[in-house]
Ligand binder design. Sequence first.
Ligand SMILES: Cc1cc2nc3c(=O)[nH]c(=O)nc-3n(C[C@H](O)[C@H](O)[C@H](O)COP(=O)(O)OP(=O)(O)OC[C@H]3O[C@@H](n4cnc5c(N)ncnc54)[C@H](O)[C@@H]3O)c2cc1C
Length: 135
Amino acid sequence: MLRQAGSPALQALAIRMLEEWPAAAGAIPAQGDPSSFFSIEMHTSVPCDLGETFRVTLLGDAIHAMTPTLGRGANVAMRDAALLGHAIIAVERGEVGLALALTAYEREMAGYGFGVVRESAFIGQGLMGQDPLAA
Ligand SMILES: Cc1cc2nc3c(=O)[nH]c(=O)nc-3n(C[C@H](O)[C@H](O)[C@H](O)COP(=O)(O)OP(=O)(O)OC[C@H]3O[C@@H](n4cnc5c(N)ncnc54)[C@H](O)[C@@H]3O)c2cc1C
């Protein structure tokens, strides 16, 4: 229904949803440009087992995209970048082989990354009716 709704219908919906909020909150959509309302689809990744890797890896939204309820996607992406950077430096110094370094990076990244995906989904269930992720 939301996908088909035009801007004025979405504006009316936003106003209706804020009816029980303080009047100042409802005034924001009420005073908005009636042609400027649109719906956004939100998606989440589904935590999974990454297995072993040899030459290719992923970071950021490419592996653990999450719903925006915690606002942490970019933060986690930067943590990935730092961790992967250290892994690559260790490979360049000859301290570890590439496959081992990437697999260790992915294990750690998947642990905290998918943890935040689950936290975001949990908060999303309460805040915006997000479907729960499988255990
Ligand atoms: C509305 C909104 C609000 C958000 N607010 C927050 C917040 O407050 N805090 C927070 O931490 N996170 C927030 N996020 C999440 C955050 O933006 C993302 O998690 C983060 O940008 C992911 O970074 P990334 O580098 O993995 O991916 P991206 O930022 O998506 O970067 C991927 C890049 O790859 C490029 N690209 C894609 N395909 C190709 C190709 N074939 N060849 C070359 N380049 C390509 C894209 O153009 C893009 O520049 C928000 C997201 C949205 C949408």
